[in-house]
Design a protein around this ligand. Structure first.
Ligand code: PMV
Length: 361
């Protein structure tokens, strides 16, 4: 990096490179419905995944007289003008708070470690990586630069992305259940909530029912929560489920944990079924898998639960000690319900990694 000056007022020109790898995350208490400025209508809880990640490599140049950010964007080696425009609009919207961003020219190269449309939120990992890259650049231009700031920047790109900034369990959205909580950024639960060892190394296998793009985007789904007849009841349930999930996580009860997690997944899809217009993202295979999960628990006592994102693919959540049995069961009973027999194994992970420099905690 070359810097003429490290203070934000008098920096004339500077340049450098930042590289961040950020994970996706899976929500157990779901964020669904938002207010202006990506403020959530209810708290949500997730864990960061381990191997499902976006790696973003950004070469940047700052000129204080430049008035608009300039963005070039390559995804997996191919130039993508559509994404470049989305990112430059996003950065432009941030310039009221961060005027230095006006002077930036960015060459962004991004890649994912997981296949597109497989049911893993690539918006979460990519906006988390972008938030981290921007926060690192702002730091080099004399701003504070922190994970909290990066979480807040990520939130403005995609709400759920703000939870991908930390290792392990994370909460986003103000709640009495956690005094450190905020609507603006996510809070890591490490050190705040004692997570029982029964949940150590929790696993997530994503069963790919279809990799086709979903017919209704999450942006539209969130908007349909305005004037939704069950919105208030849903937001109240999410608040209650947040406290109940904290209890389950501290007590170490998989049964309690699983019943909350499955109720949350079904609530999310119930909101879609009962919105106006109504829509359905689940496929017959998604329902068949859900029934099989319930059956294998009842009949064989296998400790495995399901959750769903805003799509048809099913996430199986289970403890590490069930891993062999769950994988055998997928192989023997579920393959015919999956697109090309595809599923992806992941687990709770350690959060973002920076190859070049770190941000303050
Ligand atoms: O972050 P968005 O705006 O794509 O919303 C995603 C919401 C869910 O993935 C369905 C739930 C969640 O909390 O991640």
């Amino acid at each position: 990096m070359t810097l003429s000056n490290r203070t934000n007022d008098s920096t004339q020109s500077a340049s450098g490179r930042v590289i961040w790898s950020a994970p996706s995350n899976i929500a157990l208490v779901k964020y669904w419905g938002k207010k202006e400025n990506q403020i959530p209508c209810n708290p949500s809880i997730s864990f960061s995944l381990d191997s499902s990640r976006t790696e973003m490599d950004v070469t940047w140049n700052y000129q204080c007289h430049q008035n608009n950010p300039v963005v070039n964007f390559k995804f997996e080696g191919e130039e993508n003008k559509n994404f470049a425009l989305k990112i430059s609009n996003y950065i432009e919207a941030l310039t009221d708070d961060y005027s230095s961003l006006k002077g930036l020219s960015l060459d962004i190269s991004s890649k994912n470690t997981f296949p597109h449309s497989a049911g893993i939120a690539s918006s979460a990992s990519s906006m988390a990586a972008l938030g981290l890259c921007l926060s690192s650049i702002l730091k080099q231009l004399g701003h504070t630069g922190s994970l909290q700031e990066a979480s807040s920047l990520a939130r403005l790109g995609s709400g759920s992305a703000c939870r991908s900034l930390y290792e392990g369990w994370t909460l986003w959205g103000e709640t009495e259940a956690l005094k450190e909580s905020s609507n603006e950024y996510a809070t890591p639960l490490k050190g705040l909530i004692p997570i029982h060892p029964n949940f150590e190394n929790i696993q997530d296998s994503v069963l790919v029912v279809t990799s086709k793009p979903k017919p209704v985007s999450s942006r539209v789904g969130h908007a349909l929560m305005h004037n939704h007849p069950y919105a208030e009841a849903r937001f109240k349930r999410a608040v209650e489920n947040t406290s109940a999930l904290f209890e389950a996580l501290t007590e170490g009860s998989w049964e309690k944990f699983g019943s909350i997690v499955e109720a949350e997944a079904l609530d999310l899809h119930a909101m879609m079924l009962t919105s106006d217009p109504s829509y359905i993202l689940l496929r017959p295979e998604s329902l068949a898998i859900i029934e099989k999960v319930r059956k294998v628990r009842e009949e064989r006592g296998l400790c495995v639960y399901f959750t769903l994102d805003a799509g048809p693919n099913v996430h199986l959540i289970y403890p590490e000690k069930s891993a062999n049995a769950v994988k055998e069961w997928i192989n023997s009973e579920l393959l015919n319900l999956l697109e090309a027999g595809l599923w992806l194994d992941d687990k709770i992970g350690l959060g973002p990694v920076n190859k070049l420099e770190s941000l303050d905690e």
